[in-house]
Design a protein around this ligand. Structure first.
Ligand code: IMP
Length: 546
């Protein structure tokens, strides 16, 4: 008797058969969210592959991080005193992201860091440092040490708007006694451009004349602004840099608290050129923060305000109604965090990112997935859940641009990384350093600053008035990762490959695919996580990029 066989279909019918299934393979985002255990953490789900008909390098990672700021990459560094000061903020912006300078330091010191970032790269330098011919070589060397440059215009008043008399460059002061007056060394054979010249015309002049600086002057030869050759070179080296579209300066963000003194702090930061302020609180749904959002939006209408942190729709609604330009999501997911353990309050991060982003998107308010980002996959997952950007602490700590010195621990070269809710951060004072003795407080351009630290860590955790400080974070160390720049390049390339696997060419494409149910998800079991990791090897080395 013949064995019955099921009919084998023609390969040509594959697409028709597929279309006859009631739903696509895998789960839609809303099905994933409403599944018995919710979405959970980043490791509790995966994305299913889509269709590839483009190169990974064609994937755009550009993303909206606040109502009015779009960045080339979705990377933000945390406002933590072991993560973001001047060097990190400059590097983040040069590589297409943005750094948020921490506020566990005096306001003047934080403002100096913002200023150093904003000055790092310019279109026209509209407030150049000037000197008079009677200043001396030592004054130029001092500026070089503090601000990192020594190409300085010399005017009769020593200020912008004065009559241009010459320029001093590094070569003019090299090998000269410090007391030499500048009129003896300055260059007077100047190439200038007239006021009203366009940026591209001025850049062309600079390229053609092989000069280091191009002063822009009015008809009476009064100095109006300056263009620097080094900025042209940086444009070539960092094509992805995050810049303000008008000023062409690097974008810079900084954190403040919600106390009255933070209004004075913010005034200094805005004066230094701040683009985005982050209201830094572990639980953002407070009347302090709501009042602060309203005050900031009324006082500085063009300053973007990132409010938070939140993990629920209810928290988000209050901050959106108050005027937030973006929301920071996360409570208890940070690598140094013990909030969920101690306070019993928080939410698994993937669920929080989806719930808040889904709600905020209806108001055009972008979200930032903050904490718990441990690898490229987590970044891709956060974006797929609706976040506009990710904020990273632990992943960027340990790089050479993070504050603090390297030291050796158990044979490994490490740097301190600590939670802002750790007792160590809450007890920080200007004169003291961390228990490991590795942090120094600087103004971001290498000079130590004196003066009391208005402790920001205590206010972030509402601990100012408590006799007993309850820690919500730990202090530890992380291994040396080298420079953050190649690491960010790796994150960017990794994200492009991840999005290529999903079959999406851009962040808006991803958002649309998720919304219409084309980008599909799958729950992961505990065994699934084991299977998805390296297993069954005797030993291995895990090199992430080359
Ligand atoms: P990570 O990227 O997982 O290391 O998490 C960094 C994030 O943790 C920061 O951006 C903050 O939102 C959060 N965070 C910083 N310090 C603490 C803390 O002491 N306790 C809880 N969360 C913290």
């Amino acid at each position: 008797m013949p064995v019955p066989t099921s009919k084998v279909l023609s390969p040509a019918d594959a697409l028709d058969l597929l279309a006859s299934y009631p739903a696509r393979d895998g789960l839609s985002i809303s099905d994933l969210h409403s599944s018995a255990s919710g979405i959970g953490t980043y490791d509790d789900f995966l994305l299913l592959p889509g269709h590839i008909d483009f190169q990974a390098t064609a994937v755009s990672t550009a993303t909206r991080v606040t109502r009015n700021v779009v960045l080339p990459t979705p990377f933000m560094s945390s406002p933590m005193d072991t993560v973001t000061e001047t060097e990190m903020a400059i590097s983040m912006a040069l590589m297409g992201g943005i750094g948020v300078i921490h506020h566990n330091q005096p306001a003047a010191s934080q403002a100096a860091m913002v200023r150093a970032v904003k000055r790092h790269e310019n279109g026209f330098i509209t407030d150049p440092v000037c000197l008079t011919p009677d200043h001396v070589v030592a004054d130029v060397l001092d500026i070089k040490e503090r601000l990192g440059f020594c190409g300085i215009p010399i005017t009769d008043t020593g200020a912008l708007g004065g009559k241009l008399l010459g320029l001093v460059t590094r070569r003019d002061v090299q090998f000269r006694p410090p007391t030499t007056p500048l009129h003896e060394v300055m260059t007077t054979d100047l190439v200038t451009a007239p006021e009203g010249v366009t940026l591209s015309e001025a850049q062309h002049l600079l390229r053609e004349n092989k000069k280091g600086k191009l002063p822009i002057v009015d008809s009476a030869f009064r100095l109006k602004s300056l263009l620097a050759r080094s900025d042209l070179l940086k444009n070539q080296t960092y094509p992805m840099a995050s810049k303000h579209p008008q000023t062409k300066q690097l974008y810079c963000a900084a954190a403040i608290g919600t106390r009255p003194a933070d209004k004075e702090r913010l005034a200094l930061l805005v004066d230094a050129g701040l683009d985005i302020v982050v209201l830094d609180s572990s639980q953002g749904n407070s009347s302090f923060q709501i009042d602060m959002i309203k005050w900031v939006k009324a006082t500085y209408p063009s300053l973007e305000v990132i409010a938070g942190n939140v993990v629920t729709r209810e928290q988000a609604a209050n901050l959106i109604a108050a005027g937030a330009d973006a929301l920071r999501i996360g409570m208890g997911s940070g690598s140094i965090c013990i909030t969920q353990e101690v306070m019993a309050v928080g939410r698994p991060q993937a669920t929080a990112v989806y719930a808040v982003s889904e709600f905020a998107s209806k108001f055009g308010v972008p979200t930032i997935a903050d904490g718990g980002i441990g690898n490229v996959g987590h970044i891709a997952k956060a974006l797929s859940l609706g976040a506009g950007a990710v904020m990273m602490g632990g992943l960027l700590a340990g790089t050479s641009e993070a504050p603090g010195e390297y030291f050796w621990h158990d044979g490994k070269r490490v740097k301190t990384y600590r939670g802002m809710g750790s007792l160590e951060a809450m007890e920080q004072r200007a004169s003291s350093s961390t228990p490991a003795g590795k942090l120094t407080q600087t103004n971001g351009v290498g000079k130590s600053l004196k003066g009391p630290v208005e402790n920001a860590a205590t206010s972030r955790y509402f601990s100012e008035s408590s006799a007993v400080k309850v820690a919500q974070g730990v202090s530890g160390d992380v291994q040396d990762k080298g420079s953050v720049k190649p690491f960010l390049q790796y994150l960017h390339a990794g994200l492009q490959h991840s999005m290529q696997d999903m079959g999406v060419k851009s962040v808006p494409d991803l958002r649309r695919g998720v919304d219409v149910g084309e980008v599909r998800f799958e729950k992961r079991t505990v065994n699934g996580v084991v299977e998805g990791g390296v297993h069954g090897l005797n030993s291995y080395t895990k090199r992430l990029f080359a």
